[in-house]
Write a protein that binds this ligand. Structure first.
Ligand SMILES: [Zn+2]
Length: 489
C-alpha cells in the first residue's frame, strides 16, 4: 500500500519564494511532490486551505533554547558584556530536566510564531554534558521541529576574554572573579563528540552542531579543534562574530587584527561556518567570509535591545556573504518572533538615511529568513515551496486585518505580519500547530513546570545575581571607556 498522500487545496501559495498562485500542494513523505492546478489525485487526503495564504516556514538561524527559562531576567540597561558577566546567575544550577524544559518552551514559542527550524546554541554550565545535549535534541524531536543543536562552549570567562577587564575591579572582587574558571576545552569537545556519537533522535530533522561561543572566549587551539571536528563530521559551526564594538576592540588588542582576519588565519572559516550578529564587520571581513562561502545570521532585535548596533546587511549581501535571520534568545530579544526579525531586517536597512536602492527589499529579507537561514543550518531543500522541498508550511488567515484589502501579499507579510494571522503550522508534512494550540507539546504543563523551575533557580542563583549586578557596573564602564579610547573601528 502506498504511503498516504495529502493534498492542500484552495490556498494562495508563495511559489519558489518568487510569486503567489492559487495552487494545490501534494505532500508525500514530508516533502512537497507536486504543485497542482485544479484537482489532485483522488486517493489523497485533502486539507482545505480556502482563505489561507501559504508560505514556507520561517527558519531561525540563531537562537539559544536556554534563554526561554531566563525570560525577564535581563536588566533593562544590559549590554552584551554585562549580560555575559551575569551568565551564571541566569543559567547556573540547571538540571538536565531544566535544559529539556527550556528547549520545549523555546520550541513551543517558535512554532506559535511561525518558525519551523532553528540553529540552537544551548549552554550548560559549567560545561556541556552528554545528558544535557541529548535532552535538548529530544525536546526538538518531541516538538516536531527541525533543529541544529550546537552546545555552546568556551574555555575563557569574560574576565579572561577581555584584556584589562579584571584589573578594573577592586582587589577583593577581582580575586572572586578571577577564581571563576571554565572546563578545559579538550574536556568540553570530548563530551560533544560522545554526545554526537550516541545521538538520541533521528538525524533527518534534529542534528548536532558545534558552537564555540565567542572567538575571544575560546583559545586558538580550541577554535581550530572545533573547525577540524566540523570538517571531519560535516557538521555546522556557529559562533558570535563581532556582535559588539567591544569585541572588535578587544580583537585588535589580543590578535592585532580583526576577528574575522584572525579566524581566517586559523583556518576556521568555511562554508560550514556562520557568525551570529556580524554588527561590527569591515569590508575586508565581509570579503573574507564571502570568499570562504561562510554565513552571517542577522539578529536585529537582540542587537537593538542590547545596544550593540545595526549589522551592515547591504554591504554583507553585496559582498556575497550567505545571509540568514535569527531572533537570538527569549531573554535578550524578549521573545523569538521570526516575523519581527524579518520585518526589522527590511526596515532597519532604511534607518541610516541611505539611498533607497540600497535598502533590503521585502523579498530579499524573506529569502534570508527562509532558505538563507536553512542553508546556514546545512539543510537541503528547506525554505521554499517547490517540488522536492520540505513540507514546512505556514497558513495565514487571509481575512485577518493584515491582508484586508490584499494588494501586495509578500509586502503585507514582511511589513505587517507579527504572527497574529498565523492559523496552522506544518513541519515535514505534519501539523504541529492548529486551533491556537501547539499539537506536539503540553503547553499548560510546560507553563506549570516553567514557573516552578524559575522559582527554584532564582533562589539557587540569588548570590550569583548579587555578584553579577555588582560586576555589571564595572563591566559597563570598562567597555565604554575601552571603546571610546580605541583607535580601530
Ligand atoms: Zn546569541
Amino acid at each position: 500500500m502506498n504511503a498516504p498522500r495529502t493534498l492542500i487545496s484552495g490556498g494562495l501559495v508563495l511559489v519558489e519564494n518568487a510569486r503567489f498562485a492559487s495552487l494545490s500542494l501534494l505532500i508525500e513523505d514530508g516533502r512537497i511532490t507536486d504543485l497542482v492546478a485544479g484537482n489532485g489525485p483522488e486517493d489523497a487526503q485533502v486539507i482545505d486551505a480556502t482563505g489561507r495564504i501559504i508560505i514556507p516556514g520561517l527558519v531561525n538561524g540563531h537562537t539559544h533554547s536556554h534563554g526561554a527559562l531566563g525570560r525577564g531576567g535581563v536588566a533593562e540597561g544590559a549590554t552584551l558584556e554585562t549580560f555575559l558577566a551575569g551568565a551564571s546567575a541566569l543559567n547556573g544550577q540547571r538540571t538536565v530536566d531544566d535544559l529539556q524544559l527550556s528547549a520545549e518552551l523555546s520550541a513551543a514559542e517558535m512554532i506559535r510564531k511561525g518558525c519551523t527550524a532553528c540553529f540552537d546554541l544551548s549552554v550548560e554550565l559549567p560545561g556541556p554534558s552528554v545528558a544535557g545535549i541529548h535532552a535538548v535534541a529530544e525536546a526538538y524531536h518531541a516538538a516536531g521541529m527541525r533543529a541544529v543543536v550546537a552546545p555552546m562552549i568556551s574555555d575563557r570567562t569574560i574576565y579572561q576574554a577581555l584584556p584589562g577587564l579584571l584589573e578594573a575591579f577592586a582587589p577583593e572582587m577581582r580575586r572572586a572573579l578571577a577564581a571563576i574558571t571554565l572546563p578545559p576545552w579538550q574536556e568540553s569537545l570530548a563530551t560533544c563528540k560522545a554526545a554526537f556519537a550516541a545521538w538520541p533522535v533521528p538525524m533527518d530533522r534534529v542534528r548536532p552542531g558545534i558552537g564555540p561561543a565567542i572567538p575571544l572566549h575560546c583559545s586558538d587551539d580550541f577554535l581550530v579543534a572545533c573547525a577540524q571536528l566540523a570538517e571531519a563530521t560535516d557538521l555546522r559551526l556557529q559562533t558570535h562574530l563581532a556582535e559588539t564594538r567591544m569585541q572588535q576592540v578587544a580583537a585588535w588588542q589580543r590578535y592585532g587584527t580583526t576577528l574575522t582576519a584572525h579566524l581566517d588565519s586559523l583556518g576556521v572559516l568555511s562554508a560550514r561556518f556562520s557568525g551570529a550578529h556580524g554588527v561590527w564587520l569591515s569590508a575586508d571581513e565581509a570579503a573574507r567570509l564571502a570568499g570562504q562561502g561562510a554565513g552571517i545570521v542577522h539578529n536585529p532585535l537582540s542587537n537593538l535591545r542590547l545596544g550593540s548596533g545595526t549589522a551592515p546587511l547591504r554591504a554583507l549581501a553585496d559582498a556575497g556573504v550567505v545571509l540568514g535571520i535569527g531572533t537570538d534568545a527569549s531573554n535578550t530579544s524578549d521573545g523569538q518572533n521570526m516575523f519581527e526579525a524579518l520585518r526589522l531586517a527590511a526596515t532597519l536597512s532604511r534607518a541610516g538615511g541611505d539611498a533607497p536602492g540600497t535598502w533590503i527589499g521585502a523579498l530579499e529579507a524573506f529569502r534570508m529568513a527562509t532558505e538563507g537561514s536553512a542553508r546556514i543550518m546545512g539543510l537541503t531543500q528547506v525554505g521554499r515551496i517547490a517540488p522536492g522541498w520540505a513540507a514546512d508550511l505556514l497558513f495565514l488567515d487571509r481575512d485577518y486585518c493584515h491582508y484586508v484589502p490584499l494588494r501586495d501579499v509578500l509586502s503585507q507579510i514582511v511589513f505587517a505580519e507579527n504572527g497574529a494571522a498565523l492559523r496552522e503550522v506544518m513541519i515535514a508534512g505534519r501539523m504541529v500547530f492548529a486551533d491556537n494550540r501547539v499539537l506536539t507539546l503540553d503547553e499548560p504543563g510546560l507553563a506549570r513546570r516553567a514557573r516552578a523551575a524559575a522559582a527554584r533557580l532564582d533562589a539557587a542563583n540569588a548570590d550569583a545575581r548579587v555578584m553579577a549586578e555588582a560586576a555589571a557596573t564595572v563591566v559597563r564602564s570598562f567597555c565604554h571607556a575601552a571603546c571610546a579610547a580605541a583607535s580601530h573601528p
